[in-house]
Design a protein. Structure first.
Lengths: 275, 175
């Protein structure tokens, strides 16, 4: 187990030195891995709490896919963001021994559902549509590992997107109650959507190098997909008054701290435990 | 039993590991599934076995990797390398015909060979992906079946139901 002091300076939240490509690639992989891991944790919260047994199984399976993607991405990030002594950081180092400000996921994935199935599905629709476009484009990355991870993941995410689509159609075009609650869920999530399409200098440099996908290019296809589903479901695409940002810089919502506390508790309280 | 790596062929090593079962669908071997991608023996006698996961999060991969190592060790190749590769991405197209028959006999509807990959470009971009081929009930053979959930007891299976015999069944997803 790595001493926590060795994890500073933080691998994720600090801007890498210019020209240090492996640092940049690792930071990029970590961002995508953080997105997948945090949403996997949120999906896991639904096990035994979903509206029906089949949905327990479905959300758990989606979480498992995301967890697998996160493991691949964090393991790769750890080979690029090495310890000062040159050894790779393990996936467990990155998952369990980073504090809140070192996490670089977007806020959308960390929001608590609080038992609201509509909120879970509204997020899954947007996020899976985004991840699907992202991974499809990333299969052409000049980075062979990222391209390989994406080629596997894109097929899995196609199922997630289809699942969310079917639920939005069913709830939106269902009863008055389900319509109203699905719309409320979309409204509550929408101020967190634009963050998915933000780029910073790190991403822009990796785009030039052919490694990363420019998030801005995903906006049109993602919103086109989501809008088509929402309108077919007789719902309206919200127009949020505020727009959340900051996740890629390690600025998170209050709800995220509670998620981390639960996810990291065992590894931190029982240092060296294996399971 | 092979007790030395000298003179051993890739075919012989392959025979040692090919029938390692999938712990979640034990009727299938890693060879049936297409998880076993390659077996190499170089001029110095070094053995390399290459496997690929089905789904990114498939929990069976750790058990499969351990089983492959155990088999190789028992067969006299304790230093063999077991490589896990992600590319090319696994597809049910790699499942053998024998594997498909075994699945059916086991009560799981086998993949039909059509992959429901999402459309991302062109005029159909964004349309929900749907399977249109009928799936035969593995219990009574009726094509009068329907999907209950895209997700089943493991990552690789979906939950279906037969409207003729009324029984639920697992279907190995086209992937």
């Amino acid at each position: 187990m790595t001493p926590i002091s060795e994890l500073s300076p933080s691998p994720g939240a600090q801007a890498p030195p210019r020209g240090d490509k492996s640092q940049a690639v690792g930071t990029y992989a970590l961002r995508l891995g953080d997105d997948a891991l945090v949403l996997a944790q949120r999906m896991g919260e639904w096990v035994a709490s979903a509206p029906q047994l089949e949905e327990d199984v479905a959300l758990a399976n989606i979480g498992l896919d995301l967890l697998g993607q996160a493991r691949n991405l964090l393991t790769y990030a750890g080979t690029q963001l090495r310890h000062p002594d040159g050894t790779p950081r393990t996936e467990d180092d990155l998952a369990y021994l980073r504090d809140e400000r070192d996490w670089t996921n977007v806020a959308l994935v960390e929001l608590a559902d609080d038992g609201d199935f509509g909120a879970c599905i509204a997020r899954l629709l947007v996020f899976s549509a985004w991840q699907h476009e992202l991974y499809a484009a990333l299969t052409s990355s000049t980075d062979e590992t990222l391209a390989a991870v994406a080629a596997k993941a894109v097929k899995e995410v196609a199922y997630h997107r289809d699942h969310a689509t079917q639920w939005v159609l069913r709830l939106g075009d269902g009863t008055d109650e389900s319509h109203q609650r699905m719309q409320a869920a979309l409204d509550a999530r929408w101020s967190y959507v634009e963050e998915l399409f933000e780029a910073d200098d790190l991403v822009r440099e990796l785009v030039v190098a052919g490694v990363a996908v420019d998030p801005a290019t995903l906006r049109e296809p993602v919103l086109a997909y989501v809008t088509a589903v929402v309108e077919q479901a007789t719902l309206a695409v919200p127009e949020p008054a505020v727009r959340h940002t900051g996740g890629r810089r390690g600025v998170h919502t209050e709800q995220f701290g509670y998620l981390l506390a639960e996810m990291q508790h065992l590894a931190r309280s029982h240092v060296g435990a294996t399971w | 039993m092979v007790t030395t790596t000298l003179g051993v062929t890739a075919e012989q090593v392959r025979a040692v590991v090919a029938d390692v079962p999938d712990p979640e669908v034990p009727v299938l071997t890693i060879d049936d599934l297409g998880v076993l991608r390659d077996v190499e023996v170089d001029d110095a006698g070094r053995v390399t076995v290459t496997i690929t996961p089905t789904y990114s999060g498939c929990p069976a991969m750790d058990a499969i990797t351990a089983d492959v190592r155990t088999r190789l060790g028992d067969a006299g190749h304790p230093d063999a390398e077991v490589r896990l590769v992600l590319t090319p991405a696994w597809t049910t197209d790699w499942m053998s015909d024998a594997g498909r028959r075994k699945l059916l006999d086991y009560g799981i509807a086998p993949p039909t060979g059509r992959r429901p990959v999402g459309r991302t470009t062109g005029p159909e971009a964004g349309a929900p992906v749907r399977l249109t081929l009928s799936v035969r009930c593995p219990l009574c053979g009726s094509p009068d079946t329907r999907e209950l959930s895209l997700f089943g007891s493991t990552a690789c299976k979906a939950l279906w139901r037969c409207d003729a015999c009324r029984e639920p069944f697992d279907r190995f997803k086209d992937h």
